[in-house]
Design a protein. Structure first.
Length: 152
């Protein structure tokens, strides 16, 4: 009798567990859908009032705050134009080095001056740009008596 009661209790426990597992499976396959009701919201925008900021300005003082003495004012120097000439700024052309081409024994350099391509040999001048020397990595040009080294 003792074995039968244990068997019945275990059988009831197994049936309860399997029914619980089956119930969970059925609920996940066929879930109950809840009806969603639309709610009306009235949206009003009430901007907050901005407080006027307290502003200040910095003024130059003529008194030293630590020593209490007056600061001497600097008198403005007047420049008298005796021999003033307008110096026009020099306009430098946009120069880039494009490469090197060898023709038999002479070297010909590809130089772009203001987006115009020119083939120059050593000593040649185009648009006030004189090619002084060059190699495969850089060239040296003279523009308005100023030497510029331009890399490749």
């Amino acid at each position: 009798m003792r074995n039968k009661t244990k068997t019945y209790i275990l059988l009831a426990t197994v049936i309860c567990l399997w029914s619980f597992i089956g119930f969970k499976i059925v609920n996940t396959i066929n879930p109950e859908t809840q009806e969603v009701s639309e709610q009306e919201f009235t949206v009003t925008f009430n901007p907050s009032k901005k407080e006027k900021r307290d502003t200040f300005s910095i003024e130059k003082t003529n008194k030293d705050p630590f020593l209490g003495t007056l600061i001497p004012t600097k008198s403005a120097k007047r420049n008298t134009a005796k021999n003033t000439k307008k110096i026009e700024p020099e306009v430098m052309p946009n120069i880039t080095y494009g490469g090197l081409v060898k023709q038999s024994t002479q070297q010909v350099f590809i130089v772009n001056i203001d987006n115009n391509q020119h083939l120059l040999k050593k000593g040649q001048t185009v648009q006030n740009v004189k090619l002084i020397k060059g190699n495969t990595k850089e060239i040296v040009v003279s523009v308005n008596n100023k030497r510029l080294t331009i890399p490749l």
